[in-house]
Write a protein that binds this ligand. Structure first.
Ligand SMILES: Nc1ncnc2c1ncn2[C@@H]1O[C@H](COP(=O)(O)OP(=O)(O)OP(=O)(O)O)[C@@H](O)[C@H]1O
Ligand SMILES: [Mg+2]
Length: 278
């Protein structure tokens, strides 16, 4: 059996009277990259937030190193686990440097407020996300993609063994998306960090994940290796979309090619005009 530091036991999650996920059991493999996939609103962010104790379960529990996170001090959790939530907000006027420094908060105490090591982790995080040149800028003055990379930097500065990232590639151009995913891959391979991400791009999920969890109908629809999970039946069930699964020419991982109305040959402008006249 695979080793795991983070697990969900009989987890039921929701808001007020609404149940989003019910009686869910999940073992996140240590030292692997796990990706949650599923349709909008199926509960991926809810699940991720509950793993970081940002949301209290209605029933069941989240275990970190065999201890219920409910019984742990916030700082203890934050030394082990960092989360980048979906759509995070920062106070007005905060600079990039100030925000990324906040990632070091769990490692500080009354006696040890700011060390050289803290400075180094902040520097590394800014470099890894290519945001160093932005460090004096106000967070609110940045573009969507720049801001997203700064939030990732803050999460990295926390230097935790477990990283939970909710759609880390949103707002990023394709090159920066790959860069962030490659960064996660490097952290996983070189340092053995456990990474749990929500991604919408199934093909990137298939490339980078060791373990994919597809969520649907308040529970886990399928989980396993990308080849086991990414099938046209799963895509039909979970996303209600027709697709064909081919092999990624570079990675050999499954690649989902969605059908759509333009799937025959695209019409030329003249053909479109002709069709319109009729
Ligand atoms: N704070 C909240 N209060 C009430 N309902 C909420 C809250 N946050 C989320 N929900 C609802 O819970 C359900 C799951 O939301 P969640 O954000 O987990 O979905 P998701 O899978 O992350 O979706 P997306 O792909 O759009 O990010 C949705 O129906 C959503 O409307
Ligand atoms: Mg979400």
């Amino acid at each position: 059996m695979k080793m795991s530091r983070l697990q969900a036991h009989n987890l039921t999650l929701g808001y007020q009277d609404t149940i989003v996920l019910e009686d869910l059991n999940l073992i996140l493999p240590k030292g692997e990259i796990t990706v949650f996939v599923g349709a909008n609103g199926c509960g991926k962010s809810t699940l991720l937030r509950s793993l970081a104790r940002l949301l209290k379960p209605k029933t069941g529990e989240v275990m970190l190193d065999h201890q219920s996170v409910n019984e742990m001090a916030t700082k203890e959790i934050a030394k082990q686990l960092a989360i980048l939530p979906q759509g995070p907000v920062a106070p007005e006027g905060l600079t990039v440097g100030q925000l990324v420094k906040q990632g070091r908060y769990p490692h500080q105490s009354l006696l040890q407020q700011w060390s050289k090591q803290d400075e180094e982790f902040v520097e590394q995080a800014l470099e890894a996300t290519q945001t160093k040149h932005l460090s004096d800028r106000s967070l609110h003055s940045l573009s969507g993609g720049q801001r997203q990379r700064v939030w990732i930097a803050m999460t990295l500065a926390q230097n935790t063994d477990i990283l939970l990232l909710d759609e880390p590639t949103t707002y990023l151009d394709m090159a920066h998306q790959i860069e962030i995913l490659d960064l996660c891959y490097d952290l996983n391979i070189a340092e053995g960090r456990t990474i749990v991400m929500v991604l919408h791009d199934l093909n990137m999920a298939a490339r980078y994940a060791d373990h994919i969890v597809a969520v649907k109908n308040k529970t886990i629809h399928t989980e396993g290796r990308p080849e086991e999970v990414i099938t046209s039946d799963m895509v039909q069930d979970v996303f209600g979309m027709e697709s064909e699964i081919i092999e990624d020419p570079l990675f050999g991982s499954p690649m989902c090619v969605p059908y759509g109305k333009g799937r025959k040959k695209k019409k030329t402008t003249v053909e479109k005009e002709m069709a319109y006249v009729k």
